[in-house]
Design a protein around this ligand. Structure first.
Ligand SMILES: Nc1ncnc2c1ncn2[C@@H]1O[C@H](COP(=O)(O)OP(=O)(O)O)[C@@H](O)[C@H]1O
Ligand SMILES: CC(=O)N[C@@H](CCC(=O)OP(=O)(O)O)C(=O)O
Length: 295
């Protein structure tokens, strides 16, 4: 049983971390696979609100892949992924916008506001936050040659204009960002939420990027839970992708960490969103959970 003294000790132990991150920006990517029960969602949003009230500047970039897939299924459409990215035709793009901006973003904003925070929702189209160009994926043919795959309205962020996010932070609010970008002709692009989070973290000069997902972190062997890699250097990642140890949805996550680190973000973390308050454990304790990807 925890005594009053134990509880006081926990609060005091948080002090160096509160001091270290006071006034610092922390971008949290909240993946669709980590949006499990209502209780877990509330734990994530409570962590955000707590960070804000102790003087940090949390920013959420959310995903919603499973909800997009479910909505596409309802209209009889199957989803295809190339290197972790959804092949996005015009109809898929419309559904992705409806689900990400119309449903998930608004739900997150409402829930943060309900528990006492002040959240403002926006997408990468608002005030030109994310400018994008069409993205191609390099794929390997069965013969071993490389070719470019056309994956439709999937974008690569070519420029981030973070002023709108900074303005929301300065108003004392928590920005909640949907990963949809705008092209030069005004067209919408579907952006993988990991990529969006990495680029935004870099543009904001964040101290930390946290990616919440549905695994404990990067595993050396996915069938062995004890094989969690607790820390890995950026230059060790390419080999793990080549060997197939890191694949599917984990690829955009590590790419996003590398991107952010190259642009000055201090540390990046891939955490298990199934663990209640995993963000608090990462930010306010020195236990360090999940995988830290560092320079
Ligand atoms: N080496 C690895 N360690 C852990 N997970 C991995 C690894 N390689 C691929 N994955 C896969 O990546 C998934 C996480 O990506 P994804 O499903 O896109 O999550 P999210 O919706 O949170 O973005 C895991 O559920 C796992 O199946
Ligand atoms: C291009 C691309 O793949 N876009 C993603 C955007 C949402 C997302 O990234 O959601 P998660 O973080 O939950 O995976 C998609 O359509 O699923």
């Amino acid at each position: 049983m925890t005594t009053a003294q134990d509880r006081a000790k926990i609060l005091v132990e948080a002090l160096p971390y509160i001091k270290k991150f006071y006034g610092k920006t922390i971008v949290v990517k909240y993946g669709g696979h980590a949006m499990l029960s209502q209780d877990l969602k509330e734990a994530v949003f409570t962590d955000m609100v707590l960070m804000k009230y102790v003087g940090m500047h949390p920013v959420i970039v959310h995903g919603g892949g499973p909800d997009i897939t479910a909505m596409l299924q309802r209209i009889g459409k199957r989803s295809h992924f190339v290197g972790g990215l959804r092949v996005t035709d015009r109809e898929t793009m419309e559904i992705a916008e409806m689900v990400l901006i119309g449903k998930i973003n608004k739900e997150i904003v409402a829930q943060i506001n309900r528990i006492g925070g002040r959240a403002v929702g926006l997408s990468g189209q608002d005030d030109g936050l994310f400018e994008a160009v069409k993205k191609y994926r390099i794929v390997r043919t069965p013969e071993g040659a490389e070719e470019l795959a056309d994956i439709g309205f999937v974008g690569d962020i070519s420029k981030v204009n973070p002023e709108i996010v900074t303005a929301i932070i300065e108003r004392g609010c928590i920005p909640v960002v949907s990963p949809v970008a705008v092209g030069a002709g005004g067209e919408s692009y579907n952006i993988n939420a990991d990529h969006a989070a990495g680029r935004l973290a870099a543009a904001l000069g964040s101290d930390k990027l946290i990616i919440l997902t549905d695994v404990e972190g990067i595993m050396a062997d996915r069938s062995d839970p004890s094989s969690l890699i607790s820390s890995i250097r950026a230059d060790e990642i390419a080999l793990l992708i080549e060997k197939g140890v890191i694949d599917g949805g984990m690829i955009p996550k590590v790419e996003c960490c590398l991107d952010a680190l190259a642009s000055g973000v201090q540390t990046t973390h891939i955490l298990d969103g199934r663990v209640p308050h995993s963000i608090l454990l990462e930010v306010f304790t020195d236990k360090g959970i999940g995988t830290m990807v560092e320079k």
